[in-house]
Design a protein around this ligand. Sequence first.
Ligand code: G4P
Length: 541
Amino acid sequence: MSSNSKISQEVARRRTFAIISHPDAGKTTLTEKLLLFAGAIQIAGSVKARKAERHASSDWMEIEKQRGISVASSVMQMEYRDCVINLLDTPGHQDFSEDTYRVLTAVDAAVMVVDAANGIEPQTERLLKVCRARNTPILTFINKLDREVREPLELIGEIESHLEMDCIPFTWPVGMGRQFSGIYDLTKDQMRMFNRANPSKSGSAEDEFIPDLSNPLLTERCPDTIGKAREEIELIQLATPDFDHAAFLDAKQTPVFFGSAVYNFGVQELLDALVEYAPPPGAREAIERTIEPSEPKFTGVVFKVQANMDPAHRDRVAFVRVSSGKFERGMRLRVARTGKDIRPNNPVSFLSQRRDLVDEAYAGDVIGIPNHGVLHLGDVLTEGEKLHFTGLPFFAPELFQTVEVKDPLRSKQLHTGLTQLGEEGAIQVFKPQIAGGTLLLGAVGQLQFEVVAHRLKTEYGVDAILGPSRYNLARWVTSSNPQALRKFLDANISNIAYDVVDAPAFLVSSQAQLRVAQELHPDIQFHVMREQGGQIFAESH
Ligand code: G4P
């Protein structure tokens, strides 16, 4: 086989996705069950253990101790049927930060877990927004049907209105809570019976399957639940359009699955659909050209940088999503930004069933490259070509703090530290337009501030004083009319700050203030996201 067709074959069997959910909806449990199905049982235990550690760690110092673990388990690779599945972890609430968002730029699909008792919750909504902005195909798993939860039809309605896409139920619950009888598979016209006598045995190939929704045996076996389910299924079959694969890939339809992750129930249906319908890695846009995943030459982009075990040595792991070609341990790679070459000999091994998967990687896979600051967020690695990728977003911070240094003699170190932490994406740094204004730190999660203060101290020897800021909203501003932009910046001098690439942002304390500015300045665009490089903006608000 030629190496090109080998690459195409490997790409075609990759599925790279993330699970998005609100804390406690069941992401950890579902992750474990997915790993179980893929035969990675030992690994499954470690996911749970990791979460327990996370809960136990109430402050950053503790979290830091866990960093080795969290690096290793932030990507899980498994094989299911003929596919290699990469599951990228989106950090949960405690360490919620911009990283969470950026991980979503490295996946080709997302699974949204919804707690059937709660419906769509705030954090899911934030993450969904990112998926929507990127047209990421989404599969929906409605969890916890073994409990008394909300009506499935009502949940579907709620999801449709939040997602602005059609829900296409692939499975439907028959009963719930104490009367949970099982899941009817609309695509196969068969019911998977819940093993009430022994729920922990549920969800396996040993389950009992009963074909045909109108089967009298179902009436006999589920007398209290099947009637209602039949009515609902008839209704959704009339009311929902057929599943259209192209519409799913275009994020216009989401297949919906019901189940109970804790009992392993309905999970296999989800995994099968993921393998069958989620897209393999696609083309990636660079400013120079489009990169096809099966091109022979390696390209990849750093979508996350994480400080590793030893902060004193500033060792970091750069997470690189392979965009094309084949990665081999020890190959020479060029950092497009600096023109410098690196030779990753010790890529970090993520949780995987097969060790050798780390030695070889194809589009959709993630490799972790330990380095001492050579690799920055958004860096492109190639075999020599100079490329700039688009698409790595920075998000308008929702939290701000001022930052000053206790000892003025250390202000140089403060600037160095903030620049480097900014490059890593740990925090965003804004310089007010007013001369002499105090630097501002911007974040999307509170923990980011604690992390930065701690790291400034331990890695740069800077005692930073963080203080409250009157701002809590930022929008990057652009205009097709440079004069109008200049005028706007001058007229709002006390609300303008420049970020790390000198892109101007408009900082205010309330939505109302933003609305007024938008009304007064129709020729200015206000953006909630800035893409790597600064020039390109997405999704204006
Ligand atoms: P997360 O990662 O999204 O935060 O959620 P996680 O999987 O940790 O699940 C949160 C809680 O919900 C856990 O309970 C978990 O056992 C439970 N859970 C998950 N899936 C289901 C389900 O299908 N049915 C039911 N009834 N519960 C479910 P916990 O009490 O916080 O932890 P534990 O004591 O069970 O470990």
